[in-house]
Design a protein. Structure first.
Length: 97
């Protein structure tokens, strides 16, 4: 067994959290749908709001847990972006009465 430094072990154990590529793609798809006014069905809007709220909850938990463990990870930009999308979708949902 090769000897490794403590730094190498820490690097292997802790990697900063990044949104999964499929989550990033979903966010991109939602942005695209908003900007191209593809939302017509209230059920789809509601499903996307629920998806974003779940994702937001997940990354806020990860951020808070990492802070408790002494790690400083920056998910604030992702959190802001998701909150903006949720608000925009809620507006669209209310407009489609």
């Amino acid at each position: 067994m090769d000897a490794r430094s403590l730094w190498e072990i820490e690097e292997e154990i802790y990697e900063p959290y990044e949104l999964e590529s499929y989550d990033r793609q979903s966010i991109s798809d939602i942005k695209n749908s908003i900007s191209h006014r593809f939302y017509k069905d209230k059920r789809v809007i509601k499903d996307h709001i629920e998806f974003l709220e779940h994702l937001l909850y997940k990354i806020e938990l990860i951020r808070d847990e990492e802070k408790l463990n002494g790690y400083l990870i920056n998910l604030d930009e992702d959190i802001k972006e998701i909150n903006k999308l949720i608000n925009r979708l809620k507006l669209l949902y209310n407009q489609n009465n």
